[in-house]
Every structure is written in structure tokens, then in C-alpha cells.
Design a protein around this ligand. Structure first.
Ligand code: FES
Ligand SMILES: [Fe+2]
Length: 433
């Protein structure tokens, strides 16, 4: 089931008015870490989201605003505007906007023609935003906005979090397809990873291959697709088969206590947010975090080659980016290992068909408190994930990042991991696997 050029465009392009661009606008997406914004002395950050140039800011009363990058007047960048107590004032001629985008002041126009109400005709485009789990989420679709989903890791308390952000020079769909591509793990993350590690250490590669997949399974479910696998060393009684992992439609991977959000900046660039969560063992208290630290992952080295290939996620990033700005899906050769990818493309295409009839997507657009509660994995909603993290805290509770860089809160992470050391996890409980 190779896609045609037209089908590929339909599934991948994200600008305003494109089918997938309109579909993605029906969802809340993280657009930056609160920590990134708050580290800017300008209290602003320039962003590109779904092909639109925007500025996020936090006014001096703490309120967030997301507006077009260019001032409505004569198009100076609002990234250098004066951020006041209750809005943002363009640095060039002083037009001021509130967080809803309403123009509330135009100094010289008000002085000369206060009676004409010119400012009422000069709103700046603005989008709603919400802060959650250290991330700032935006909604860029038609109103009323749905609810920001209460996925477990976004709402768990008594936990320590960390955020890594990677700017990928490729289309978002390559990243998301990877999450239903089970067999890559035995090659990219076992065999090739071992090879990368050895050559990076100046060792002779031994070409040893440890793990082979014996069976893969994919199942569409209410929130996306569950993927399952057995390997030569893990059979059908292993959680990787019995419970599996979940991707959330349309652009999230939820793996144990890590969520990965693949947010298109534009057609050929993706902002990748990894949100890591370490929960404290029941009865223990996690250290407090005033801010959730964030970092930007360095993708390339000074020679222009992919950096950090001894890290799991960097290996993925390299593969997605090297597939090209938008992968040429019309010349792929899909095999048995690609069943999950075919299923995801069909799911996306079916949702685009629903949108084409004027309806909203039927997956993960929540409009009632009931739909938006108990969003836990695995097997939503019957387990709470409260023991996820236990297996990381046993033995050697050492923080090991999955992608290059290091958390500023590594000590707090290790303190949380240590809370599991003496804790008795009930038999059969899901610890994350
Ligand atoms: S360009 Fe912004 S006020 Fe003139
Ligand atoms: Fe991977």
C-alpha cells in the first residue's frame, strides 16, 4: 500500500487550509517549555507552529499570550515588544494588544482621532494557550476549543519532570510513523546502537546482534494504536505483548512515563518535545520543582554529522531526519514489518475523510469532563500507572537520559528514583516496560 505523491502530500502537509493542517488544528499542542519562555529576558519567544509565525509572551501579571509575530500596524516583530502588566505593546509605535489579541491602545491615533475607534478594527491574530506539566499548549483551530487532554503524565502529581526539545529538519509524520514501526528497535537501538557505541569509543565493531522480533501486533483502539511485540528473549507473557505500548492520535507517543509530542513547525520542520516524568513511590514525597527544567538537544556536531548516536532518541531523530524533508513515500517498499505504519496512515486518512464532511475528528477531541478523565495507560483506564518508575528506581537509581544532554534536576530525579528502593510493588503490577 504505497502512497501516491498526492496522498503523501495530503497526510504530511500542515499549513492553513491543508487537510492535515486543519486536522492538527483541532488539537492542543505543546509549543514551548514554560522554562524556555521564562529564561528569555524579553519575556517572549518567537515560534513557528503549523506554518504560522507566532510570538508567545508572558505579561507582567503572569498571563500568557500567543499572537502573530508581526504587528498589525507596520509589521515589526512582536518578539521585541514591551511586555507590560496587562498585555504587550509594540516597540515601534506603541500599539498595544491584550492576550485575546484585541488592540487596546494606539497612542498617536488616540491622540488625534479618538472618536473613530480605529483600534477596534486592528486586532492581532491570537490563539488560546494553557500551561501544563511545564509545557505551554496552544490551540489553533476553530472555536470552541476542546479540552486539553488530561493524559496521566500531564496531570500526575508527586512527581519530578524534565523536558528535552529537539528541532528536527523534517516533516512530523516521519516521527509519528516511527512509533508504530516496532522492528526498528532491534536494528537501530540494538545492533546499530552497539555499532555506534563501539566506533565512538574507537573500538572495533563486533557486529553482534542480540534481539530479534518474532511477532508484532497492532490494534486500533479508542485513543490511537496499541502495538505489541515478542522477541527471541521476551515471549507472549511479557508486558510488551500482554499490555503493549500506545500511540495517541494524531502525534503523540506515550511510552511508560515518557510522552513524545511531534509538533509541526512547518511542512519540513518539527518541534519534538520529550516530557519525562518520575513518580515517587506511594507514601513518599517527590522533591518540589519550582520550574520544570527544559533543554534543547543538539542534533548535529561541528562536522555536520548527527551527534549523540549513543543515545536512543538521537538514533531515532537521525533516522527521521535522514528520510528527507518530506519522505518520498511513493517510492517506498513496504513489507510485513510496516503493518503498523499502514494502519496509522489509514487512521489518519479516515479522520481526514471525516473532516472533509464538515465534522470534527472522532479520536481524542474531548469536550466533556467525563471523556477527559482517567486517561491512563496501560489499558486506559483500569490502571493508574502509579508504579511506573519502580523498575527504574531498583538496583542502581541513576539518572540516564534517553537523549543527549542532562537534566538540570538530575539530583531530584535520582531522589525520586531512590524512593522505590525499599518499596514493595504488588505482584503483577505494571511498572513500565
Ligand atoms: S509596527 Fe507595531 S506599532 Fe507600528
Ligand atoms: Fe526508536
Amino acid at each position: 500500500m504505497t502512497l501516491t505523491v498526492e496522498e503523501n502530500e495530503r497526510l504530511s502537509r500542515v499549513g492553513p487550509g491543508t487537510p492535515t493542517g486543519e486536522l492538527l488544528r483541532r488539537y492542543w499542542h505543546p509549543i514551548c517549555a514554560a522554562d524556555e519562555l521564562d529564561r528569555s529576558i524579553f519575556r517572549t519567544k518567537e515560534l513557528k507552529v503549523l506554518g504560522e509565525e507566532l510570538v508567545i509572551y508572558r505579561d507582567r501579571s503572569g498571563k500568557l499570550g500567543l499572537i502573530d509575530k508581526y504587528c498589525v500596524h507596520r509589521r515589526a516583530s512582536m518578539a521585541y515588544a514591551v511586555v507590560e502588566k496587562d498585555g504587550i505593546r509594540c516597540q515601534y509605535h506603541g500599539w498595544k494588544y491584550d492576550s485575546s489579541g484585541k488592540c487596546v491602545d494606539q497612542p498617536f491615533e488616540e491622540m488625534t482621532h479618538p472618536e473613530v475607534g480605529f483600534k477596534d478594527r486592528c486586532p492581532i491574530n491570537a490563539y488560546p494557550v494553557q500551561e501544563r506539566a511545564g509545557l505551554i499548549f496552544a490551540y489553533m483551530g476553530p472555536k470552541p476549543a476542546p479540552l486539553l487532554p488530561n493524559w496521566g503524565p500531564l496531570v500526575w502529581d508527586n512527581a519530578v519532570r524534565d523536558i528535552a526539545i529537539t528541532h528536527l529538519p523534517c516533516n512530523w509524520l516521519q516521527a509519528q510513523e516511527n512509533s508504530v514501526d516496532s522492528t526498528h528497535t532491534e536494528h537501530l537501538h540494538d545492533y546499530a546502537a552497539r555499532y555506534f557505541r563501539q566506533i565512538m569509543n574507537g573500538e572495533e565493531p563486533d557486529f553482534e546482534r542480540a534481539r530479534t522480533h518474532t511477532k508484532i501486533g497492532f490494534e486500533p483502539y479508542k485513543y490511537g494504536i496499541i502495538k505489541r511485540r515478542t522477541t527471541n528473549d521476551r515471549g507472549e507473557d511479557h508486558p510488551r505483548w500482554t499490555r503493549g505500548h500506545s500511540i495517541l492520535f494524531p502525534n503523540i507517543l506515550w511510552h511508560n512515563a515518557t510522552m513524545q509530542f511531534r509538533v509541526p513547525a512547518d511542512d519540513t520542520n518539527t518541534m519534538h518535545f520529550s516530557l519525562y516524568i518520575w513518580r515517587a513511590a506511594p507514601g513518599h514525597e517527590a522533591p518540589k520543582q519550582d520550574v520544570v527544567p527544559s533543554r534543547t538537544v543538539q542534533l548535529m556536531d561541528e562536522m555536520g554529522q548527527f551527534a549523540g548516536l549513543n543515545y536512543l532518541f538521537n538514533q531515532d531523530y537521525m533516522c527521521w531526519a535522514t528520510q528527507g524533508p518530506i519522505a518520498d513515500r511513493e517510492i517506498e517498499k513496504l513489507g510485513e514489518s510496516d503493518r503498523g505504519i499502514i494502519m496509522f496512515r489509514k487512521m489518519l486518512s479516515d479522520q481526514l475523510d471525516i473532516m472533509a464532511t464538515g465534522d470534527e475528528p472522532t479520536i481524542n477531541v474531548f469536550r466533556s469532563a467525563e471523556e477527559n478523565s482517567g486517561l491512563e495507560w496501560p489499558a486506559i483506564p483500569h490502571e493508574s500507572g502509579e508504579y511506573v518508575g519502580a523498575n527504574f528506581g531498583r538496583g542502581d537509581p541513576k539518572y540516564r537520559p534517553s537523549e543527549s544532554g542532562y537534566s538540570r534536576d538530575a539530583e531530584k530525579i535520582e531522589a525520586v528514583m531512590r524512593t522505590w528502593q525499599e518499596f514493595e510493588v504488588p505482584a503483577g503490577a505494571y511498572m513500565g516496560e
